[in-house]
Design a protein around this ligand. Structure first.
Ligand code: 4NP
Length: 154
């Protein structure tokens, strides 16, 4: 199972989701079965590391938010089993890039109980936003893990 998390810039939400999900798969003993990656729909931050506020929010939880921002590529639609968008705008962009609706293109907040569907973009806010976003991502990645591997415990 290969999971790609996608946001706009690939410097805040999607690298955070990648780090959270990787940690959950390692703790569940599924690191070899579930691989994770992240990408952005936009090209502004290609080659940059994650935003320092995302790195800091991860470090407070013992997580390493790392990587180099990249833009989603056509091959990603072949290479991943699930492409998980952070918000509805990312989701719409992904459907457009794919050229069709695809059940593999999902929203992270579909995996959770609440009605809200967007992981808010923390980029233009303060540090608190990053703490809230990583908590939100963590809650939903746990549900996502349960969906792809029923019964496992991180
Ligand atoms: P991300 O956050 O999509 O979660 O990586 C953003 C990063 C940069 C910008 C917007 C959102 N930007 O407009 O530069």
């Amino acid at each position: 199972m290969r999971i790609l998390f996608v946001c706009l810039g690939n410097i805040c939400r999607s690298p955070t989701a990648e780090a959270v999900m990787r940690d959950l798969t390692v703790k569940a003993g599924l690191a070899d079965e579930i691989t994770v990656d992240s990408a952005g729909t936009g090209d502004w931050h290609i080659g940059y590391p994650p935003d320092s506020r995302a790195v800091e929010a991860g470090a407070k939880r013992g997580l390493t938010v790392s990587g180099t921002a990249r833009q989603i590529a056509p091959s990603d639609f072949e290479n991943f089993d699930l492409i998980v968008a952070m918000d509805r705008s990312n989701h719409a962009d992904l459907i457009e890039l794919a050229g069709k609706e695809d059940p593999r293109i999902r929203l992270l907040r579909e995996f959770g109980p609440d009605d809200e569907l967007d992981v808010p973009d923390p980029y233009f806010g303060g540090e608190d936003g990053f703490d809230e976003v990583i908590s939100l991502i963590d809650r939903h990645c746990r549900v996502l893990l349960e969906n792809v591997s029923p019964g496992v415990q991180p």
